[in-house]
Write a protein that binds this ligand. Structure first.
Ligand code: HEM
Length: 422
């Protein structure tokens, strides 16, 4: 069952369970960001999978939307890009038309492939092979600089730092300015579209326009140089994307996709793994006894954490899914977080099992034409991290209260106090 070091969770979860199973089904709204921030969303999805895996919510702060919540229905929608479009956006909240950027994750054919293809070599097998030694060196430097036997925030000192360094490498971004990438990514995801109202919209626009200015400068610089394998150079030199800098909102959208795509996700898998191993200490013992399990454990961590709770699609025509008719123009939310706990697909889905046979079949990277482009680099980052942790520390022990992110989209931690044991 659910476990957590959060001491208040037992009673709160019981209350959430009561609410989830007593609310009339038609009024069940699983999109509330504060529920995710308190880690209390699980029973609401248990109910949907059991009683209405294709469910219509007529009223929410994001308007009406359909939820698909079982493994089977999520795969059905995600692999059907002919009838389910990404062009209206991937967040449950509608786009801010006064500040609309374009990117390949929020596009359909032919634009999607036209913009995705040029950047693929930036995370392709050859590039990853070249990057492995660099990433390992950075992981070692970060781990060797951590205090032993003294509490510190794992999110700040490891998850964010490591992810930011990886992103700076993939962009060949000035290394000393790398925290700007994290800052811009946090600004992009602080949006009412995912239930986070923490930033003033005008301030948000101002910051993002500064970001475009910075990237336009880097773009011009890369265009003047020999082509390289960083994302900016790949786009600046490919005939399909070479004119992108002429349209600042297209440049912003595509570059931010590459930053945000890799940022919160990898960061929260790094934190989520530590949390999961602490919630399941017998699995931590198993890891210590057999480090060869790490590649499979990485997949299980990504299933367990589900760093992005969902992707949204919009129906291009009337479509039947799981016996319900979704109407043209309706919003459909594919709740990966729910599909990853579907017991019709995964045995004992609420168990964190580092040797799980079907761990790689998790939904966290999506399916179909939009399947995560960075999945291999994320897995490599996590594998190297856990290999190096195992060489140095007996335990990364959670010793304080974790804080979770306020969002229905990004599932993760803003704080995770830990103490290293050797
Ligand atoms: C797309 C998850 C790491 C770049 C996606 C999608 C998901 C996802 C759910 C959408 C799939 C769909 O709609 O079917 C994750 C998770 C990660 C991760 C869980 C880490 C554990 C990364 C990294 C990068 C990246 C490291 C890049 C450096 C992208 C891009 C897309 C994408 C560019 C858009 C693909 C498209 O629309 O064709 N990711 N991601 N992701 N991801 Fe990731």
């Amino acid at each position: 069952m659910l476990k957590s070091t959060d001491s208040a969770i037992g009673a709160a979860l019981a209350q959430a369970r009561e609410e989830a199973w007593s609310t009339p089904l038609a009024r069940l709204d699983v999109s509330k960001a504060d529920r995710f921030a308190r880690n209390l969303h699980w029973p609401f999805f248990d109910r949907l999978r059991a009683e209405a895996p294709v469910h219509y919510c007529a009223e929410s702060e994001f308007g009406a939307y359909w939820s698909v919540s079982s493994y089977e229905t999520i795969v059905a929608v995600d692999t059907n890009h002919r009838q389910f479009s990404s062009a209206e956006g991937i967040f449950i909240g509608d786009r801010d038309e006064s500040f609309r950027s374009e990117s390949f994750i929020s596009s359909d054919a032919p634009i999607h492939a036209k913009w995705r293809k040029p950047v693929m070599p930036g995370v392709g097998p050859k590039r990853l092979q070249d990057l492995e030694a660099v990433i390992r060196g950075r992981v070692c430097d970060i781990l060797d600089g951590l205090p032993v036997g003294e509490e510190f925030d794992w999110v700040e000192h490891v998850s964010i730092e490591l992810t930011t360094q990886m992103l700076a490498t993939l962009f060949d971004f000035p290394f000393e300015d790398r925290r700007k990438l994290t800052f811009w990514s946090d600004v992009v995801t602080s949006t009412p579209q995912v239930g986070n109202n923490s930033l003033d919209p005008e301030e948000r626009k101002k910051i993002l326009m500064e970001c475009v200015g910075c990237f336009t400068g880097l773009w011009r610089d890369r265009q003047a140089r020999e082509p390289g394998f960083d994302f900016i150079s790949l786009m600046a030199h490919d005939p399909a994307t070479a004119d992108m800098a002429e349209n600042p909102m297209t440049l912003l959208g595509n570059l931010m996709l590459l930053i945000v795509g890799g940022n919160d996700t990898t960061r929260n898998s790094i934190s989520g793994g530590v949390m999961a191993l602490n919630d399941f200490p017998e699995q931590y013992d198993r890891l210590s006894a057999d480090p060869a399990v790490i590649p499979n454990m990485v997949s299980e961590i990504i299933r367990w954490q589900t760093p992005l709770a969902y992707m949204r699609r919009t129906a291009l025509e009337d479509v039947e899914v799981g016996g319900r008719t979704i109407r043209q123009g309706d919003k459909v939310v594919m709740w990966y977080v729910s599909g990853n706990r579907d017991d019709a697909f995964f045995d004992d889905p609420y168990e964190f099992d580092i040797a799980r046979a079907k761990a790689r079949s998790h939904l966290s990277f999506g399916f179909g034409v939009h399947r995560c482009m960075g999945n291999r680099v994320a897995e490599m980052q996590l594998r190297i991290l856990w290999e190096e942790i195992q060489k140095r520390f007996k335990r990364v022990e959670v010793t304080g209260e974790a804080e979770r992110v306020m969002s229905n989209f990004v599932l993760g931690f803003s704080k995770l106090p830990v103490t290293l044991r050797v």
